[in-house]
Design a protein. Structure first.
Length: 71
């Protein structure tokens, strides 16, 4: 298991599609992957939503709307 996958699986509210999706988004993006790894190491309690927001802030991808199904 890669460092990235281990960190993704250890996110407090991690779920399989989050891990698979992040790995797919980051495939071939070494610089962004390193930034995500550092972010997760520096913010071990970050939620999946916070990680996705950080990812979109450092990538040129369109912003992802996060919908909280619990509300």
């Amino acid at each position: 298991m890669s460092k990235l996958e281990k960190l993704l699986k250890n996110v407090p509210d991690s779920y399989p599609d989050f891990v698979i999706g992040m790995k797919a988004f980051l495939e071939g993006e070494e610089e962004i992957t390193e930034k995500i790894i550092k972010y997760m190491q520096n913010h071990p309690d970050a939620t999946t939503s916070e990680i996705l927001k950080y990812h979109t802030s450092i990538d040129n991808s369109p912003e992802i709307e996060i919908i909280d199904d619990e509300k």
